[in-house]
Design a binder for this molecule. Structure first.
Ligand SMILES: Nc1ncnc2c1ncn2[C@@H]1O[C@H](COP(=O)(O)OP(=O)(O)OP(=O)(O)O)[C@@H](O)[C@H]1O
Length: 221
């Protein structure tokens, strides 16, 4: 369960203050696949980053898995993020100098899982996204859809309860986008992983359980 209560976020630069979110309230029950849509600049990524503990709200509270996060210190937040959350980004965010399987192992390395177990779990995650035959490739030897599948394998390798995806199909053609969406839907169905996905694509949003629309930092529907 994700609970966002009265969350506002203001970004201040020397000359201007932007209110990216205004008194946002949103509950995402465990096991839900939720999509978030809205025009450019309306606060979608800000909301996702606050849910993912990448960014802090200026006001309001974030509760994840029954724990109110806002009072945590940095180390505890980092641990919680590593253990409970998986992230998928539009531009994949893979490390080009590491092989596919090494990229997938990364979250486990931070968790200090032993090397044999890391390899076993990463191999399993790659099989889950249908990429067993690319484990020793480097990211620049893969197609966009394959890169995103590696990113999904990395997001799921630590069995997170929640996956946060920021336009995961944004850089892909519609066929590859459909493939990625099918993997996310299956993940949600088979493992009960809660997924929150920002998208600009109505077609993708329609496949999820619920759609929340934002405008100017507020929920409109
Ligand atoms: N680090 C920052 N410093 C200052 N302003 C910011 C910062 N990050 C975001 N903003 C502003 O906050 C508002 C919301 O940004 P956000 O990235 O959440 O929008 P978005 O809905 O995800 O947009 P897009 O669909 O274009 O990715 C925008 O007006 C943006 O300019």
């Amino acid at each position: 369960m994700i609970e966002i209560k009265n969350v506002s976020k203001a970004y201040r630069t020397d000359t201007i203050e932007t209110l990216a979110l205004q008194k946002m309230n949103l509950s995402v029950p465990s096991g839900e696949f939720l999509s978030i849509m809205g025009p450019s600049g309306c606060g979608k990524s800000t909301l996702l980053n606050i849910m993912g503990l990448i960014d802090e709200p200026s006001e309001g509270t974030v509760t994840l898995a029954g724990q109110q996060i806002t009072d945590y210190n940095g180390t505890r937040i980092a641990r919680f993020r590593n253990e409970q959350l998986g992230f998928i980004f539009q531009s994949f965010h893979l490390i080009n100098d590491l092989t596919v399987v090494d990229n997938v192992e990364l979250p486990l390395l931070y968790r200090k899982v032993g090397s044999k177990e890391r390899r076993r779990l990463a191999t399993e995650a790659l099989a889950h996204v249908g990429l067993s035959n690319r484990s020793t490739h480097f990211p620049n030897q893969l197609s966009g859809g394959q890169k995103q599948r590696v990113a999904i394998a990395r997001a799921i390798v630590g069995r997170p309860n929640i996956i946060l995806a920021d336009e995961p199909t944004g850089n892909l053609d519609s066929r590859m986008g459909d493939e990625i969406m099918d993997i996310l839907l299956k993940l949600n169905e088979d493992l009960g992983t809660t997924i929150v996905m920002v998208t600009h694509d109505e077609r993708m949003a329609k496949k999820t359980h619920r759609l929340v629309r934002l405008s100017d930092g507020e929920r409109v529907s």
